[in-house]
Design a protein around this ligand. Structure first.
Ligand SMILES: [Fe+2]
Length: 505
């Protein structure tokens, strides 16, 4: 009997190993995020020959995981580490666009000097509303160096009281458990790529990702592979993304601690940010010492929640100093529930009740969590506590599915967060689009098999010319010497397929 069990366990392990090798060898092909343009500032030899040397010159804020959200004519702060330099230039370039705009930002104010440099930079009025990469260029003794942070700056025309964000959680990059839902869509991470494609079409103002970004529970030295690949995967969002870790991101494995990789690739474990007058607190709910995060291959000591006193004090101060119209919190473990069963040593969710008191006493309006791979909504004393399903891993309930949650704020109030009442997220695989290009026109065929209207945002790359659109509205164009990049918006009715056609006049 024992032999049989051992055989089954070994077979499962070998299968999982094969899965991970197949999946990780499936090349991820995404556009290069730091590609340099062909017309203006990077043609200057000083910039063109700049060397990237992360140990000498490194941006520490903003990052692609904690981007800066700034209005036109607003200002933002850049933190960086740098060895000596004589001159510095701040440039931004549009992320992931075939037509690249590069802008040299002037008006730099020095707030702090070496070793933790801090500068304040102004955004001129003339800049297009877009997601940008930031490049710092340093000149030292005739040599130029560059430090790049992709997708780390979103410029808005203005912050509004009507905005939206999408909540996704438990991506579990490298998780084989999704195989029980769909073998075809799990291998090669098709389901998460599909989810990103759908979110890019919906273009929320930003995305919150509440942990379990990687898996870290399968084979030795797994984090080294998963963090790098997952970082690359996340760069294919063409909207800003904010991350916090879950248990899978922070296991302390033999010779590798997940949180070391988190800090290297994704930055801080907890922080907060503002979209205009709306505040978002990102909490690390797997906040425990290395010893309690100990994991031997696929057996962790604890996979439940915990918040240290130090972080709890930070959260309380952060909320006390917020005078926002609405306060949102996102974290991996929903503080409504204890996680004593998510532990081999019966450790409960440390400071859970204290966090709940802070939430209620400091005017938090909505708390978004993951971990359980299911949809839940609980309203307690006017606070909306949400758990969102996973877009890739195993589903915990019979009525569950892969998906993500769209949260809409209208007139400064939380307007909607359920796709269907009383708790459901948007199911993945219900929105799709393809663009076909012909000689003097192009058409995007958008299918919406959801039961709600969607606002689809499609980008067309066309030869230089004047265009008009049928079944949509041109909201922006960007032009270089070869191409027009045309942004079209269109409302797609429930359960319909719509063809958006762009004609050359
Ligand atoms: Fe989790």
């Amino acid at each position: 009997m024992f032999k049989k069990t051992k055989l089954i366990v070994n077979s499962i392990f070998i299968l999982l190993l094969i899965f991970s090798i197949i999946s990780s060898s499936n090349a991820l092909e995404f556009e290069i995020y730091n590609k340099e343009g062909n017309n203006n500032i990077f043609q200057n030899p000083i910039f063109k020959n700049a060397i990237e040397n992360k140990t000498k010159y490194k941006i520490t804020y903003p990052l692609s995981t904690t981007p800066a959200l700034v209005e036109k004519e607003g200002k933002f702060i850049i933190n960086f580490e740098a060895e000596e330099f004589e001159e510095i230039y701040v440039t931004i370039s549009t992320a992931y666009e075939p037509v690249i705009d590069e802008i040299l930002l002037e008006n730099i104010t020095y707030l702090n000097e070496t070793p933790n440099w801090k500068i304040e930079v102004n955004i001129p009025l003339s800049i297009t509303e877009e997601l940008y990469n930031i490049t710092l260029l340093f000149i030292n003794e005739g040599q130029s160096y560059k430090a790049i942070q992709p997708r780390s700056l979103k410029i808005f025309d203005e912050f509004k009281d009507d905005f939206s964000f999408i909540h996704i959680t438990d991506i579990h990059y490298g998780d084989p458990r999704g195989l029980v839902e769909s073998i075809k869509e799990t291998i090669g991470f098709k389901s998460i790529k599909r989810c990103i494609k759908e979110i890019n079409l919906l273009q929320p103002d930003f995305v919150l990702i509440s942990g379990d970004i990687v898996f870290g529970q399968l084979y030795p030295f797994e984090y080294k592979i998963e963090y790098k690949k997952c970082y690359d995967l996340l760069q294919s969002f063409d909207v800003p993304t904010f991350l916090v870790p879950g248990n899978h991101d922070g296991y302390n494995r033999i010779l590798e601690d997940g949180f070391d990789f988190w800090q290297e690739y994704f930055g801080p474990l907890y922080y907060s940010f503002d979209y205009g007058e709306y505040h978002f607190t990102a909490v690390n709910s797997y906040d425990m010492s290395k010893l309690y995060r100990l994991t031997f291959l696929f057996i962790p000591l604890n996979w439940g929640g915990s918040i240290t006193n130090e972080q709890l004090n930070w959260v309380e101060n952060d909320l006390a100093n917020s005078h926002s119209k609405l306060n949102f919190m996102f974290l991996h473990h929903n503080p409504l529930w204890d996680t004593i069963s998510d532990s081999l040593i019966g450790m409960g969710y440390k400071n859970r009740k204290n966090l709940l008191s802070i939430i209620h006493e400091n005017g938090v309006d909505m708390v978004l969590a993951g971990h359980n791979h299911l949809d839940t909504v609980n309203i307690e004393n006017d606070v909306v506590f949400i758990t969102t399903t996973t877009p890739e891993s195993e589903i915990s309930t019979d009525d569950g599915y892969w998906g993500y949650r769209f949260v809409k704020i209208i007139n400064g109030e939380i307007f909607s967060y359920n796709y269907k009442e009383p708790k459901y997220s948007i199911p993945s695989y219900h929105i799709d689009y393809n663009i076909n290009f012909y000689d003097d026109f192009a058409e995007a065929i958008v299918n919406n098999s959801l039961d709600i209207n969607i606002e689809a945002n499609v980008k067309f790359l066309m030869p230089i010319g004047t265009y008009s659109v049928e079944n949509g509205e041109i909201i922006m164009q960007r032009i270089n010497e070869d191409y027009n990049e045309i942004y079209v918006k269109s409302n797609i009715q429930p359960q319909t397929t719509k063809t958006i056609t762009l004609f050359k006049l």
